[in-house]
Design a protein around this ligand. Structure first.
Ligand SMILES: Cc1cc2nc3c(=O)[nH]c(=O)nc-3n(C[C@H](O)[C@H](O)[C@H](O)COP(=O)(O)O)c2cc1C
Length: 173
């Protein structure tokens, strides 16, 4: 797949086939995350893979009953490790760089998954404390998204995008 095609044709998928994803494909997807840029190359992320059906059900409840999370065979939970980025960059590392680091890695993984025929959806709306309790994350490890993954059972129409003219500014805002 040509890169712009991969980028523009990726869609958020919220309906998955039951079929499991081979571990080798999951590892390829994770490798795409590994090669993301990060502030000071600190790679201040952690990644939790959830396959257990009861845990997926609990994640879906933490996400206000979005049941496509429970129905995906794998749910990836990207987290920031605030200690890693904070140790070098202080508050800016904790509040900004670590979020940017993990976001770059997640986007790489969404694109790699799409290139391999696997659907994903970045879910940001969830009760953070419920997810933390379930996944036993230490205080400095913050889950930033739930990413259900599986073979797509839908082909969503591309949602509209803003015109470039609407947000592009030259020289000054
Ligand atoms: C930070 C972030 C949070 C999101 N949170 C949710 C969410 O809670 N639930 C959901 O169904 N989709 C969520 N999405 C997916 C967006 O709805 C989706 O990316 C957007 O509508 C554009 O559609 P596309 O991904 O198919 O291009 C989120 C995406 C991002 C980047």
């Amino acid at each position: 797949m040509e890169i712009f095609e991969t980028i523009s044709q990726r869609r958020s998928i919220r309906l998955f086939k039951k079929e499991d994803i081979d571990e080798s494909l999951i590892l390829k997807i994770i490798q795409a995350g590994v090669w993301a840029p990060s502030a000071g190359n600190l790679q201040s992320w952690e990644l939790i893979l959830v396959k257990n059906p009861q845990s997926r059900q609990k994640l879906s409840e933490a996400a206000y009953m979005r049941d496509f999370i429970a129905k995906a065979p794998v749910v990836m939970v990207p987290c920031v490790n605030q200690r890693v980025s904070g140790a070098i960059y202080g508050n800016r590392g904790v509040e900004l760089y670590s979020i940017q680091d993990v976001s770059c890695a997640v986007e790489n993984m969404l694109l790699m998954a799409h290139a391999l025929g696997i659907g994903t959806c970045w879910v940001g709306a969830f009760d953070e404390q419920e997810v933390r309790d379930l996944l036993k994350t230490p205080s400095y490890v913050r889950p930033v998204a739930l990413v259900p993954m599986g073979y797509p059972d839908e082909k969503p129409y591309p949602p509209p995008r803003r015109d470039v003219d609407d947000f592009l500014h030259f020289e000054k805002y």
